[in-house]
Write a protein that binds this ligand. Structure first.
Ligand SMILES: N[C@@H](CCC(=O)N[C@@H](CS)C(=O)NCC(=O)O)C(=O)O
Length: 196
């Protein structure tokens, strides 16, 4: 489903971020809320040969994997009026053209609110995506991240800023996948520094 079909005639839209969007939305929005979506787990199983890696050494970035028992925490941004078209135009290049993500509508539950969920647009990299790398050990993923960089910056920044967001904004969430990869990447960095 194309974003323009999703938002045809809409004057406002919620966009859910769970990776770099949580710390670097880079589009104008009216307000944001921390919260979660159900039925998905966040995994560093998507390759990135543009923002945080290259064709020789792709970086690893997050995507969502269906899991009925899981939920993924992040940030939803409400865009209104001209911000709707502006944000989608920007994200189409950043996420879809450069990142291989496709759009999907899901229910977003804002933290601490008893109200019903709101529909939110998100960007997901499906397993049939040519950049999809799939599962690997935390050590392998951590090492790959510690060694990769792309046009937007180092893959380590991508990892550490997401971990920092989760500790600061979602301290009640024990994201073992994220924090075990963070620990593995920092071990590789310390070994590289010690070897210098
Ligand atoms: N779609 C996820 C992941 C987004 C993501 O990390 N996309 C990459 C594209 S491969 C990106 O925007 N990278 C920009 C950066 O790394 O600064 C989100 O909602 O945050």
């Amino acid at each position: 489903m194309k974003p323009q079909d999703i938002v045809a005639g809409k004057s406002s839209l919620w966009i859910f971020g769970y990776g770099s969007l949580v710390w670097k939305p880079d589009f104008k929005y009216r307000r944001s809320k921390v919260g979660y979506i159900q039925g998905y787990k966040r995994r560093f199983w998507h390759g990135d040969n543009f923002h945080r890696g290259n064709d020789e050494l792709p970086g690893r970035v997050v995507t969502l994997i269906e899991d009925d028992d899981a939920s993924t925490w992040g940030v939803a941004f409400e865009v209104t009026g001209p911000q709707v078209e502006e944000s989608l135009k920007y994200l189409n290049v950043r996420e879809t053209v450069c990142g291989g993500y496709v759009t999907k509508m899901v229910d977003f539950y804002a933290e601490g609110e008893s109200q019903p969920p709101v529909q939110a647009l998100l960007y997901i990299a499906t397993t049939d995506n040519p950049l999809y790398l799939g599962p690997a050990s935390a050590e392998m993923i951590g090492c790959q991240i510690a060694m990769s960089r792309g046009k937007t910056g180092h893959n380590l920044e991508y990892l550490l800023r997401l971990a920092e967001f989760m500790r600061r904004s979602c301290p009640h969430v024990d994201d073992n996948h994220l924090f075990s990869i963070e620990a593995a990447a920092l071990t590789v960095v310390s070994l590289l520094l010690a070897a210098q």
